[in-house]
Ligand binder design. Structure first.
Ligand code: BEZ
Ligand code: FE
Length: 293
């Protein structure tokens, strides 16, 4: 091997990774090495800065568990999660776009009937999210599964309020005409968790740590791409500065206020409420690229 220099070390390292059996692994590792080396040369990385970065990553890992993923949060605030969504979860023009899933999705939400109430005691203004799930040709998709979750009026998710049972999450199915209805509370804006290393990054850089008001949903139907998305409340605070870059114009929807009276769930509300219509267009299923093994 020739003596390594600042200029040739990148090619030397890439040559070793180029021997991996899986060609996708070669692409992933040589690309990563090239960009990291170029970064170090460009910013003239010092030893202290490099050690600080390693310590930061160690602490992000140490803070992560099955309820809190600080590494994912780091990826989110660097825009990498959203960039990956835009690269790998593209849908054809006219289909509802994907956005970041975030760390608060919980598997196994209760199955609720049409119009079912997923508040489970959560505080907030009564709200109904209704809509229709169709394919790209506008045909209704019956039996599509909508798994919805959100924060309460204080911006807190189930794991943050310490609820023992389901809190602001539920599964709903579309009817024969592709329609669904969810009883919930109006979402409000909230701060991403800033009590860990990512919070230090927020403090050191002044980047936004607020998310505009939103309701999350995944939508699944056989023969269609699974959609992982949210709707954002039109006119909400922070809509132009989302901490995780998740806002897409097609997902901004205005809510309507109503006086007490009949609701879309077929109930009679004794309090003012709001409604929001979220129509979903699912893209047809595609074959997925095989991951590096
Ligand atoms: C969320 O919307 O739940 C979320 C997404 C990314 C980071 C933190 C929270
Ligand atoms: Fe959220």
């Amino acid at each position: 091997m020739a003596a390594v220099t600042e200029d040739n070390i990148t090619n030397e390292v890439c040559a070793r990774y180029a021997g991996a059996a899986n060609p996708r692994m070669v692409t992933l590792m040589t690309g990563l090495v090239r960009h990291l080396h170029d970064y170090a040369r460009e910013v003239q990385l010092t030893r202290d800065e490099w050690l600080t970065a390693l310590d930061f990553l160690i602490r992000c890992g140490e803070m992560s568990d099955d309820k809190r993923n600080e590494m994912m949060l780091l990826s989110d605030v660097m825009g990498l999660s959203m960039l990956t969504v835009m690269i790998d979860q593209k849908v054809p023009h006219g289909a509802t776009p994907n956005t970041v899933e975030g760390p608060f999705f919980i598997e196994g939400s209760p199955e609720l009937p049409p119009g079912g109430d997923m508040r489970f005691g959560a505080p907030g203004k009564l709200c109904f999210m209704t809509g229709r799930v169709t394919d790209m040709e506008g045909r209704p998709i019956a039996g599509a599964l909508i798994d919805a979750w959100q924060a309460d009026q204080n911006g807190l998710y189930e794991c943050q309020v310490g609820a023992d049972d389901a809190y602001l999450r539920g599964k709903f199915h579309t009817d024969a005409d592709g329609r669904y209805c969810v009883t919930t509370v109006e979402p409000c804006h909230y701060s991403i968790p800033i009590d860990g290393p990512v919070g230090e990054l927020v403090a050191a850089t002044g980047i936004s740590h607020e998310r505009p008001a939103h309701i999350h949903a995944t939508v699944r139907a056989p023969g269609h791409q699974t959609l992982i998305t949210h709707i954002f409340r039109g006119g909400a605070d922070y809509i132009d500065s989302d901490a995780v870059y998740g806002v897409r114009p097609e997902l901004i929807i205005f809510f309507e206020d109503h006086e007490p009276g009949p609701t879309p769930a077929g109930t009679i509300a004794t309090e003012p409420f709001s409604t929001v219509t979220f129509d979903v267009v699912l893209a047809p299923a595609v074959e997925r690229r095989l991951a590096a093994e």
